[in-house]
Design a protein around this ligand. Structure first.
Ligand code: ADP
Ligand code: 5GP
Length: 211
């Protein structure tokens, strides 16, 4: 028996590192086990992205209203747009015992860790800087200018890597998805996440001793 609340997991990493691809693989391999939080953003949808699936695509006005009404666990500005995590869904899923994954950038990650200290922080990086540029360019969804901004942002984010609990090097996708799953399952075994179990077995042992 495990404690009934889910684990909050934050996944960050350079734009183009493969976070989105990795999340899809993880969810595909473990249907129903993980919940991916859907963020709100003011950025425009990319080709193939759907409102309510990748993001809730909203206006700046709507976003600022969500901030004012405290409907976001955290939010940040990233390359000229707002991104934020809606609170209600995350809290509900954690209560239901689901592990909830937030795929967010570093400023947001630090805010979440402060508000929920038991959060597990994971940082995804490609094996080399050259591979990052290759993936960002290869995705073909951004202009050269936006790619440059994202690479500059990556230089800043690299300074924060050591604040994460785990570093995930995304070379082989399948291996990497398995590693991610194993890390999360390992986290479930940590004693501080199993206080109910420990209390129960202690009581049962006391009872047995007295019989
Ligand atoms: P992010 O969500 O971190 O911005 P994406 O998931 O969009 O990154 O991936 C960026 C590009 O890299 C995509 O074109 C994707 O297909 C590719 N990619 C992702 N993971 C790998 C991998 N392990 N090996 C090779 N290419 C990958
Ligand atoms: P993209 O535009 O490539 O989808 O995302 C840009 C960056 O914003 C990525 O680093 C992504 O992880 C981050 N991001 C996405 N959603 C959120 C969010 O809700 N909060 C924060 N702080 N960052 C987010």
């Amino acid at each position: 028996m495990m404690d009934s609340k889910g684990i909050l997991i934050v996944v960050s990493g350079f734009s183009g590192a493969g976070k989105g691809t990795l999340m899809k693989e993880l969810l595909k391999n473990h249907p129903g086990q993980y919940t991916l939080s859907i963020s709100a953003t003011t950025r425009h949808p990319r080709d193939g992205e759907e409102d309510g699936r990748e993001y809730f695509f909203i206006t700046t006005e709507e976003f600022e209203k969500m901030i004012a009404q405290d409907q976001l666990i955290e939010y940040a500005r990233y390359v000229n747009n707002y991104y934020g995590t809606p609170r209600a869904y995350v809290e509900q899923k954690l209560e239901e015992g689901k592990d909830v994954i937030l795929e967010i950038e570093i400023q947001g990650a630090m805010k979440v860790k402060k508000a929920f200290p038991e959060t597990v922080l994971l940082f995804v990086t490609p094996p080399t800087a050259g591979e990052l540029k290759h993936r960002l360019t290869g995705r073909g969804t951004e202009t050269e200018e936006v790619i440059d901004s994202r690479l500059r942002r990556a230089v800043e984010e690299a300074d924060g890597m050591d604040q994460y609990d785990y570093l995930i090097i995304n070379d082989d996708l399948e291996r990497c998805a398995k590693e991610l799953h194993d890390i999360i399952q390992g986290e479930h075994r940590k004693s501080f996440r199993n206080t109910e179990f420990m209390e129960k077995i202690k009581q049962d042992l006391q009872r047995l001793k007295g019989e």
